[in-house]
Design a protein around this ligand. Structure first.
Ligand code: XCC
Ligand code: SF4
Length: 630
C-alpha cells in the first residue's frame, strides 16, 4: 500500500479540537456548544406529533389528548409534518434547478455564461423536441432552457424526464398516482394538502410525499444537473485533494460554500486570472487558493479539480483556521453562525443570493448579468483582506488526502467500457458494469448520500459503512457531504482499492478507479437515478430488482427527505441512520418502512446502529441477487 493510510475520524476530531481552542481564544461560538444547549430535543418534535398549522393550536398529542382541537389524530399530524418537510426539500432543490435554467437562458457567445457541453445540449434538445437543425447553438440553448422552465408549471401531463425511466417503473408510478406532474404543482399541492382541514389520511399524505419527491429527483434536481453540465461541462475523472489541509497559509484563501455552481464557477474563473494572482502577490500572498465546502465544493471539484476543504459540519472549521480571507456563499446548508463567527476573525462572510440573506454578512447580489464583475470584486475583496490576517490565530491542520473525482454517468460508462469479457459490442452502455454484478465480482452497489448531523458522530457513519461495504465487494457511488467524508478519509484515492474485497479490487485495478465514485452534489443524485434507469433498461430487469440500495446515514435537511422519497419512488430501498420524525405514528411508520413497497417497489429502513445498518444493506443486496438467480 506504500505510504497510503486512511485518515481516521479520531484524527479529524483532534484537528477540530485544536481549532476550537483558537475559537475559545477569540470568544467564538460553535455548533458543538450549541448542540449542548439544545439537547435533549423536544420529544413532541422528535416524534412528529406537534401540529402548529393553524392558530387554534399548537396541538400536541399525548395519551390524555389523542386529538388536536380540529379532531386530527396523531397519524394525520405526523403524515402532514412529513409531507411539509418533503415539500420544503423538493422546493429547495427545484428552485436551484430553476436558477440554472435561467442561467442557461442568459448564456451567450462571449458572455459570462456559455455553452460548454454542446453535445449534452443537443441531447436535451432532442428529449424536449427542440429543433436543432441549422440553428445557432445559443438559440437552441435558450429554447431548451425555456422548455425546462415550462416543466415547473406545465398544466397537463407528467414530467418529461420520466420518459428516461424503464417502462415498468413509470407505469407503476402512474398507476399509483405517484408520477409527478409539474414540479411547482407538486410542491403547491403538498402545501394545499397539509393546510388545516385538508388531508389527514396517512396513505394520501405519504403518496403525495413520494410524488413531490419525484418532482424533485426526476424534475428540478435533474434539471439542475443536466443544465449545469451544459453550462459548465459534464464531469470527467479528475484529481483533487480533500480536507482542511488544502487551504494554504501562504495564499489568499477563498472558500466557496453552498450549492449553485453559477457563483462558484465564476469565483474560480477569476481566482485563476493572472491579473488577480499578480494582485495577490502585490498584497503579500504567494497566490490564491480556492477551496470548497458542501455541495458547491462538489460541483467545482467534479469539473475543475478544486480541492474540498470540508463538508457540512466543517464549515465553521474553515473560518477557525484563521486563514480564510473570504467565505463566499450562495444558497442552502449555510450556518447563520458564520456571520458572528467571521466577526471573531478577519474573514469576510459574503452572501450573494436574495434567497439566503444573513445578518453580519456582506451582501453582493449575484445575477447572470453581473456575475463576472461581481466575482472579480469578491476575489479582490478577499485579496485586500489578506493583510488583515492575525498571524497568531492562523493554524491550518496539516491533513489532506488525494482523491479522484468526476464520475458522472457518462464518465462511469466510459471508464468501465474496458472491464468486459463480452463478445458483443457493449460500448457506451452499462453492460460492462452489469457483467461485473451478474458474475458476482461485484455483489452490488450502494448510493451513499446526504449530510452530517451532530446526532451521529460526524463522518463516522459514512466512512465506516463505506469501509464495510467495499470490503464486501460492493461498489459505492457517493454524493453530497457523504462524498466529501469519503474523500477526506482517503476512500477516493485509487490506492484505497487495497481495502476492498478481491472482486472490487480487481475492478478498481482494471478500470483504474477508486472504490468510492464521486458522482457530485446532491442535485446530482439525479445522475444516480439515470444510472439505475440505464442499468434496468440494459438488463431487462425492474429497477427494484437490481442489487442496489441507497443510504443516508447522517442526513439532516428537508432536501434529504425529498431525496429519500424519490429514491424510494424510483424503486430503490433506502436506509437511514437518523429518524425522520415519524415515530409518533405507527401507521406512517408502517407505510414508509413497508406499505410504500406496493406502490413503488421499495421502502425505507431506519437503523441508528451503524453496524446493523451496514448488515441490513448487505443482506438486502444478497436477497435481491438471490431473487434474480445470480
Ligand atoms: Fe447540505 Fe448539499 Fe446535506 Fe451536505 S449533503 S449538508 S443537504 S450540502 Ni446535500
Ligand atoms: Fe391543532 Fe388541528 Fe390546528 Fe393542527 S390543524 S394546530 S391539530 S387544530
Amino acid at each position: 500500500m506504500g505510504d497510503f493510510k486512511l485518515t481516521s475520524v479520531e484524527e479529524f476530531e483532534a484537528a477540530t479540537a485544536r481549532l476550537l481552542e483558537t475559537g475559545a481564544k477569540v470568544g467564538a461560538d460553535s455548533w458543538q456548544m450549541r448542540v449542548k444547549n439544545q439537547t435533549p430535543h423536544c420529544k413532541f418534535g422528535e416524534q412528529g406529533i406537534c401540529c402548529r398549522i393553524c392558530a387554534m393550536g399548537p396541538c400536541r398529542i399525548t395519551p390524555k389528548a389523542p386529538r388536536g382541537i380540529c379532531g386530527c389524530d396523531v397519524h394525520g399530524i405526523v403524515g402532514r409534518n412529513y409531507l411539509k418537510f418533503t415539500a420544503g426539500g423538493a422546493a429547495t432543490h427545484s428552485d436551484h434547478g430553476r436558477e440554472i435554467c435561467h442561467t442557461l437562458h442568459c448564456a451567450e457567445e462571449g458572455g459570462n455564461y456559455q455553452v460548454k457541453d454542446p453535445a449534452k445540449l443537443l441531447k436535451l434538445a432532442k428529449e424536449f423536441g427542440v429543433e436543432t437543425e441549422g440553428r445557432d447553438i445559443y438559440d437552441v440553448a435558450h429554447e431548451v432552457a425555456e422548455a425546462g422552465l415550462m416543466e415547473y408549471g406545465k398544466p397537463f401531463g407528467f414530467q418529461k424526464f420520466l420518459d428516461r425511466m424503464p417502462e415498468s417503473q413509470k407505469e407503476l408510478l402512474i398507476k399509483n398516482e405517484l408520477a409527478p406532474r409539474a414540479i411547482d404543482r407538486e410542491v403547491a399541492s403538498s402545501m394545499h394538502m397539509t393546510h388545516m382541514g385538508c388531508s389527514s389520511k396517512p396513505e394520501a399524505l405519504i403518496k403525495q410525499s413520494i410524488r413531490c419527491g419525484m418532482g424533485d429527483g426526476w424534475g428540478g434536481s435533474m434539471m439542475g444537473t443536466e443544465f449545469s453540465d451544459v453550462l459548465f461541462g459534464t464531469p470527467k475523472p479528475i484529481d483533487t485533494e480533500a480536507n482542511l489541509g488544502v487551504m494554504n497559509a501562504d495564499n489568499v484563501n477563498i472558500v466557496v460554500h453552498g450549492h449553485d455552481p453559477s457563483l462558484s464557477e465564476m469565483i474560480c474563473e477569476y481566482a485563476d486570472d493572472p491579473e488577480m494572482i499578480a494582485y495577490a502577490k502585490e498584497m503579500g500572498a504567494k497566490g490564491i487558493t480556492v477551496s470548497g465546502v458542501c455541495c458547491t465544493s462538489n460541483e467545482v471539484a467534479m469539473r475543475r479539480g478544486v480541492p474540498m476543504a470540508g463538508n457540512f459540519l466543517q464549515q465553521e472549521n474553515v473560518v477557525l483556521t484563521g486563514a480564510c480571507e473570504a467565505i463566499v456563499v450562495d444558497v442552502q446548508c449555510i450556518f447563520p453562525a458564520l456571520g458572528p463567527l467571521s466577526k471573531c476573525f478577519h474573514t469576510k462572510f459574503i452572501t450573494t443570493s436574495p434567497i439566503a440573506q444573513m445578518p453580519d454578512s456582506d451582501f453582493i447580489r449575484f445575477s447572470p448579468e453581473n456575475a463576472g464583475e461581481n466575482a472579480k470584486a469578491i476575489v479582490k475583496m478577499a485579496i485586500e483582506n489578506f493583510k488583515n490576517r492575525k498571524p497568531e490565530l492562523v493554524h491550518i491542520p496539516d491533513m489532506k488526502q488525494k482523491a479522484t473525482v468526476g464520475y458522472s454517468l457518462e464518465a462511469i460508462v466510459k471508464t468501465l467500457d474496458g472491464v468486459t469479457n463480452s463478445q458483443v459490442d457493449v460500448t457506451g452502455t452499462t453492460k460492462p458494469l452489469l457483467e461485473c454484478v451478474t458474475s458476482g465480482v461485484l455483489r452490488g452497489a450502494v448510493a451513499m448520500v446526504g449530510c452530517n448531523n451532530p446526532k451521529v458522530r460526524p463522518d463516522t457513519a459514512h466512512i465506516e459503512l463505506m469501509k464495510k461495504l467495499i470490503a464486501n465487494d460492493i461498489i459505492i457511488v457517493a454524493s453530497g457531504c457523504s462524498a466529501q467524508a469519503a474523500a477526506r478519509a482517503g476512500l477516493m484515492d485509487k490506492r484505497a482499492k487495497d481495502l476492498c474485497g478481491a472482486g472490487l479490487k480487481r475492478v478498481c485495478e482494471l478500470a483504474d478507479i477508486p472504490p468510492v465514485l464521486h458522482m457530485g452534489s446532491c442535485v446530482d443524485i439525479s445522475r444516480m437515478m439515470n444510472l439505475v434507469a440505464e442499468l434496468a433498461k440494459d438488463s431487462g430487469l425492474k429497477i427494484s430488482q437490481l442489487p442496489v440500495v441507497g443510504c443516508a446515514p447522517e442526513w439532516m435537511s428537508e432536501k434529504a427527505v425529498s431525496i429519500g422519497n424519490y429514491v424510494v419512488g424510483t424503486g430503490i430501498d433506502t436506509f437511514l441512520g437518523v429518524e425522520p420524525y415519524v415515530s409518533g405514528s405507527t401507521e406512517v411508520e408502517q407505510l414508509l418502512t413497508d406499505g410504500v413497497r406496493e406502490w413503488t417497489g421499495a421502502a425505507y429502513t431506519v437503523e441508528k446502529d451503524i453496524d446493523k445498518l451496514g448488515d441490513a444493506m448487505i443482506q438486502r443486496i444478497e436477497e435481491k441477487r438471490a431473487a434474480i438467480g445470480i
